[in-house]
Ligand binder design. Structure first.
Ligand SMILES: Nc1ncnc2c1ncn2[C@@H]1O[C@H](COP(=O)(O)OP(=O)(O)O)[C@@H](O)[C@H]1O
Ligand SMILES: [Mg+2]
Length: 306
C-alpha cells in the first residue's frame, strides 16, 4: 500500500489554478518533499491531503483511504504552516490540552518527554504567546508528535526556525524514522531542507510537478552534475557561437557552464577560453556541484527565492 496516491489532483480558487493536475505516489517509510517557491500550491495540496479542502477534480488516497476518513485521525499527524496553539496557555498546558483531545495514553509522561525532546522544558511554564519564534515553531511541531503517526505531514516546518532548531528537528525526525518507519511528507521553499532531509523531492511550480526524483538524481549524480562559474571583472567579450558545444549561460559578469563532467571537460574549456578572455579579467573560477536551485532555474528560468 502507498502512503499517499494522488491522481490528476486540481484545486481552483476563482480564476487562480492553485494545483494543476498533480499525480504523486509516496511510498511508506519515505521522506517526501514538495519543494517550490511561494504560491506554487504546496499548502493547498497539503490541505487536500489532510481533508481540510476538497479538490476541484482528481482523486486522493491516504493510507488507502479517503482523506476525510475518521480512521486517519489517529494515524496522520499534521503540522500546518500557520502556528496553531493557544497563546494564553503555557507550552506545557498546550501540549496537555491537545493530548486530552487526542486521547493520548500516558499523557503526562508523553508531554514531559516532548518538552525535553524539543528543548522546551525550561520554557514550559511560559505563555506560548511570549515564546521566541523558534520555540513557537517547535511547540507547533511537538503537538503533532503527541501520537506516533504512521504518516506525518509538515507544511514548511523549518520556516522561521533558527539553524539550531532546524538541525534539532531533523535529528528528531531521523530518530523517529529509524524507530518506527514513519512516512513524512513535508513542504519547503528551502533547498537545503529538501536536499538534506528528503529521500525524494517533487519540485513544484504553478501547481505542477516540474521534476521528481531523489536529490542526487535531480542533480545529475556527479556525472554531468557540475557547474563552472567564471566571474569576470568586466562584461564578457562577445562569445556568440564560440561555446556552442556547451550548455552555457552568460550574464553581465559571469560565464556559467552547466551540466559539466568537469574532470574530463575542463582542459578543453580552459584551452578554448585562453584565446577568448584575458587572464586579468577573471576574478574567480569556481567549480561546484549542481544544487536543487540550479534544477529549478533550469526548468523555470527563475530562482526559487524570487
Ligand atoms: N483560499 C484561497 N482563496 C484564493 N486563493 C488561494 C487560496 N488559498 C491559496 N490561494 C492561492 O493559490 C496559490 C497557491 O497557494 P499555496 O498553496 O498557499 O502556495 P504555497 O504553499 O506553495 O506557497 C496562490 O496563488 C494563493 O494565493
Ligand atoms: Mg505554503
Amino acid at each position: 500500500m502507498l502512503a499517499v496516491k494522488t491522481s490528476r489532483l486540481s484545486k481552483v480558487f476563482g480564476d487562480v489554478v492553485a494545483v494543476d493536475g498533480l499525480s504523486l505516489e509516496v511510498k511508506q517509510g519515505e521522506v517526501f518533499g514538495l519543494l517550490g517557491p511561494n504560491g506554487a500550491g504546496k499548502s493547498t495540496t497539503i490541505k487536500m491531503l489532510t481533508g481540510l479542502l476538497s479538490p476541484t477534480s482528481g482523486t486522493i488516497e491516504v493510507l488507502g483511504r479517503h482523506p476525510t476518513d475518521q480512521e486517519l485521525l489517529t494515524s496522520v499527524g499534521y503540522v500546518p504552516q500557520d502556528l496553531v496553539f493557544y497563546g494564553h496557555l503555557s507550552a506545557k498546558e498546550n501540549l496537555e490540552l491537545f493530548a486530552n483531545c487526542m486521547e493520548v495514553e500516558n499523557a503526562k509522561e508523553r508531554v514531559t518527554e516532548l518538552l525535553r525532546l524539543f528543548e522546551l522544558y525550561e520554557a514550559k511554564d511560559r505563555r506560548a504567546a511570549v515564546l521566541s519564534g523558534g520555540q513557537k515553531r517547535r511547540l507547533n511541531v511537538a503537538i503533532a508528535f503527541l501520537l506516533t503517526p504512521q504518516l506525518l505531514i509538515l507544511d514548511e516546518p523549518s520556516a522561521g526556525m533558527d539553524p539550531q532548531s532546524r538541525n534539532m528537528l531533523w535529528e528528531i525526525l531521523e530518530g523517529m524514522r529509524e524507530e518506527s518507519n514513519i512516512t513524512v511528507i513535508l513542504t519547503t521553499h528551502l533547498i537545503e531542507t529538501a536536499d538534506r532531509l528528503c529521500n525524494r523531492v517533487a519540485i513544484v511550480d504553478h501547481g505542477k510537478v516540474i521534476a521528481i526524483g531523489t536529490p542526487s538524481e535531480l542533480k545529475g549524480k556527479g556525472k554531468d552534475g557540475e557547474i563552472l562559474e567564471i566571474v569576470l571583472n568586466n562584461s564578457p567579450p562577445d562569445l556568440m557561437g564560440k561555446l556552442n558545444d556547451y550548455d552555457v549561460e552568460i550574464t553581465e559578469h559571469m560565464i556559467r557552464f552547466r551540466n559539466l563532467d568537469t574532470f574530463s571537460e575542463l582542459p578543453k574549456i580552459v584551452e578554448k577560453l585562453n584565446g577568448l578572455i584575458p587572464k586579468e579579467s577573471i576574478r574567480s573560477f569556481n567549480i561546484r556541484q549542481k544544487t536543487l536551485e540550479d534544477v529549478f532555474i533550469a526548468h523555470t528560468g527563475r530562482s526559487l527565492r524570487e
